[in-house]
Design a protein around this ligand. Structure first.
Ligand SMILES: Cc1cn([C@H]2C[C@H](O)[C@@H](COP(=O)(O)OP(=O)(O)OP(=O)(O)O)O2)c(=O)[nH]c1=O
Length: 200
């Protein structure tokens, strides 16, 4: 059971999905969001991209800590979809969503999520990632257009949400479901052990 004397978790994320998922750990946490630049060099691999951005997000919040605060672990995360060598982030507009979903439908893609934990007292960090394979059903242009019209794809990597209506267009997955939603809790709980946080 989490006790008040235990180190706090600070989730460096504006994502409502990540906020909801971290709650399931049953550990005291707060949300702090800081703008981190999400541009990366072209030559990086998907794993390098999500690890670099996760750490950047956590470090942006770490940099703003006050030295008088009790020590905490700052958590940053980043999710991308990778298909046919292409990295798909969040769509810029509906046309972009249409392009992404037209490519993903009927095929299998990979979802990469990075997680970084930074000790707010020492700046020490751990960063890692997980990959989940997702097979999407074949979809007609009309179905894709109807899905986009719901608004759900607009702020999701790859333009779909497996935890929402997007569940109906997914045929199956291989790997951690929570990795697709945006925060692999199994990986995170392992990382937290290095900071002496045992959620179970
Ligand atoms: C594939 C997929 C992605 N997503 C979401 C998770 C992330 O919120 C988003 C990927 O964008 P990110 O840039 O990883 O995260 P974010 O900008 O939403 O939040 P922050 O940087 O503040 O932490 O896509 C789903 O919710 N469901 C899915 O099935």
């Amino acid at each position: 059971m989490a006790q008040a004397s235990h180190k706090l978790l600070i989730l460096a994320s504006s994502s409502p999905r990540r906020q909801e998922l971290i709650r399931s750990l049953g550990w005291p946490f707060e949300i702090r969001v800081s703008e981190a630049d999400e541009t990366v060099e072209d030559l990086l691999s998907p794993a390098q991209i999500v690890e670099m951005l996760s750490l950047r997000k956590a470090n942006a919040v770490y940099a703003q800590r006050s030295h008088s605060e009790p020590s905490a672990v700052v958590i940053g995360s980043d999710t991308i979809v990778v298909f046919d060598g292409q990295v798909l982030g969040k769509p810029v507009d509906e046309e972009d969503s249409f392009r992404m979903l037209s490519a993903l439908q009927g095929n299998t893609h990979e979802v990469f999520s990075g997680v970084a934990c930074v000790d707010s007292a020492t700046g020490e960090h751990i960063v890692s990632h997980r990959v989940t394979r997702v097979k999407m059903k074949p979809l007609s242009s009309e179905q894709i257009a109807r899905y986009i019209a719901t608004g759900e794809p607009s702020d999701k990597a790859g333009s779909y949400a497996i935890q929402g209506l997007g569940a109906t267009i997914v045929e199956g997955i291989e790997g951690d479901y929570f990795n697709v939603v945006g925060l692999p809790l199994s990986l995170l709980s392992d990382q937290l052990k290095s900071f002496n946080i045992h959620v179970l």
